[in-house]
Design a protein around this ligand. Structure first.
Ligand SMILES: Cc1cc2nc3c(=O)[nH]c(=O)nc-3n(C[C@H](O)[C@H](O)[C@H](O)COP(=O)(O)OP(=O)(O)OC[C@H]3O[C@@H](n4cnc5c(N)ncnc54)[C@H](O)[C@@H]3O)c2cc1C
Length: 455
């Protein structure tokens, strides 16, 4: 077992595995520690969608890198991660939504992501099960789709090992101490007792020149161990899986799989799953969870389904795909999905700490993992990434940020995933937080306010 490494990665989800892969590939002596099993965090229950659509420049590059990288992994590792390149169809019910897509298309073009515009007639022609009479059009990405999240993580982990990295499971990081030159990381061997994962008596230290934390839903504990405040707090996210839809089964006898369908105005995504449909809504009132810590007993667990909360989106799926009306429910998932107030992950140097790097707060972590590993490794090895990573800089949230603020803003951000996004969008939750002395007087004169850095 390595006890002194150049780079230590904490967390064996999709993000940690990718960071370890890219650091090892760059020639860095790398060790990854996972407290449970690889993929036992949010990664195992993700729907695996890899949407290229993104309003941000850095995240577009990151997602683009991932999609291309995942297509190469099988040749490198021999592991097939089940990448179904079915494309991705974003439907618009209004002209305003189409305008939003046009705004997005400018980012896509800057990054080099291919896309097409489709009319309702073209959609109907290719995918007759989709109701189109109330659509204005759609944006279609032919090159993305979905992947098996656990398999792509295992493939990246295997690739990391092939490049010389070591991966230790059942080791939990419990403390970090900076000596002035290196990090001394306190570890506890974890063991299984009665179905629970509990700390054993075995404790040891690992010394690392650089540390990357990719601890998913455990980010609040990680922040506390590091003496930081970061707004990565998970929110509940559900998706349901239907029984096979006879109309879909019949259609698939002669036709290729549907693209991932997104009805942004109805706030859901849908994809095929074994002759049935997966419906993933971004519903209202999904609560934040684990504001302070993840209980030891919570491993690869799920929350109970809250069908009432997703009723509106369920009905709108039936509207859009009428054949799904009579199909029963087969399975459901309600898991924690990490968020930050602006929806971007926290990737880069940990504020105020040397050689400590954060890769936390991922809500599209399967999509973002590949690119995050690539660009974060560039920052660590070459001193900077080839793209501007400022939008993901962890220090964009300062000490003004409270736990309550992060939780409410993350709930709002989740609910806003499919809200129509305007340029310079401002959101309401937790405002005003910090105001200038002249706030009341300026307001009395009818001023409108935006928020910057909590002000
Ligand atoms: C229902 C649902 C559907 C989703 N669908 C999609 C989708 O379609 N596409 C998409 O891109 N994303 C999706 N997501 C989000 C995606 O699952 C996450 O963004 C992603 O899995 C985050 O990966 P991660 O590596 O950051 O975290 P995790 O997978 O949670 O991994 C973190 C790991 O760190 C370990 N760890 C924590 N603390 C320590 C410690 N102190 N010591 C050692 N190990 C530690 C944990 O055990 C865990 O294994 C979905 C999420 C949910 C809930």
């Amino acid at each position: 077992m390595k006890t002194h490494v150049k780079a230590l990665v904490v967390g064996g989800g999709a993000v940690g595995a990718s960071v370890a892969y890219h650091l090892a590939k760059a020639g860095r002596d790398t060790l990854l520690l996972e407290r449970d099993e690889l993929t036992s965090g949010s990664t195992w229950h993700a729907a695996g969608l890899l949407p290229l659509f993104n309003m941000g420049y850095a995240t577009s590059h990151i997602h683009d890198y991932s999609v291309k990288f995942y297509k190469t992994l099988e040749a490198e590792t021999g592991l097939n991660a089940g990448f179904s390149v079915v494309g991705n169809l974003r439907m618009a019910q209004t002209q305003a939504r189409m305008d939003e897509y046009r705004l997005y298309a400018t980012t896509a073009e800057a990054v080099g992501i291919p896309y097409d515009w489709l009319s309702p007639a073209q959609i109907k022609d290719r995918w007759p099960l989709v109701r189109t009479e109330d659509l204005v059009g759609a944006l279609y990405h032919p090159t993305d789709g979905y992947i098996n999240p656990a398999d792509v993580t295992q493939a990246m982990a295997k690739g990391a090992r092939q490049h010389g990295a070591e991966i230790l499971r059942r080791v939990q990081v419990d403390g970090y101490r900076w000596t002035g030159a290196e990090w001394v990381v306190s570890c506890t061997r974890m063991e299984e007792k009665g179905g629970n994962l509990v700390p054993s008596e075995e404790r040891f230290d690992i010394v690392a020149e650089h540390v990357v934390t990719a601890t998913g839903n455990h980010a609040q504990r990680t922040a506390r161990l590091l003496g930081l405040k970061i707004p990565a707090i998970p929110v509940e996210h559900q998706y349901i899986v239907t029984e096979p839809d006879p109309a879909l089964v019949e259609y698939r006898k002669t036709q290729p799989e549907h693209p991932v369908l997104r009805d942004a105005d109805a706030k859901w995504y849908v994809r095929e799953e074994r002759g049935g449909w997966i419906l993933g809504p971004y519903e209202r009132n999904a609560p934040a969870r684990f504001l302070y810590d993840v209980p030891q007993s919570f491993r690869a667990d799920l929350f109970p389904l809250d069908l009432e909360r997703i009723e509106e989106e369920y009905m709108s799926m039936i509207h859009r795909i009428p054949s799904s009306e009579t199909v029963g429910l087969k399975d459901d998932y309600n898991g924690p999905i990490c968020y930050t107030p602006d929806g971007n992950p926290l990737v880069g140097p940990a504020p105020g700490l040397r050689n400590m790097w954060l890769a936390e707060g991922f809500s599209f972590g399967i999509t973002a993992a590949g690119g995050t590993g690539h660009y974060l490794a560039q920052m660590m090895v070459a001193g900077e990434a080839e793209i501007d990573m400022a939008a993901l800089d962890p220090k964009r949230y300062g000490s003004w940020m409270t736990t309550e603020y992060a939780a409410r803003k993350n709930e709002e951000c989740y609910e806003h995933v499919f809200i129509l996004h305007h340029p310079d969008e401002e959101r309401e939750a937790c405002r005003p937080l910090r105001t200038a002395p002249c706030y009341d007087r300026v307001k009395a004169h009818g001023a409108q306010f935006g928020q910057v850095n909590g002000w």
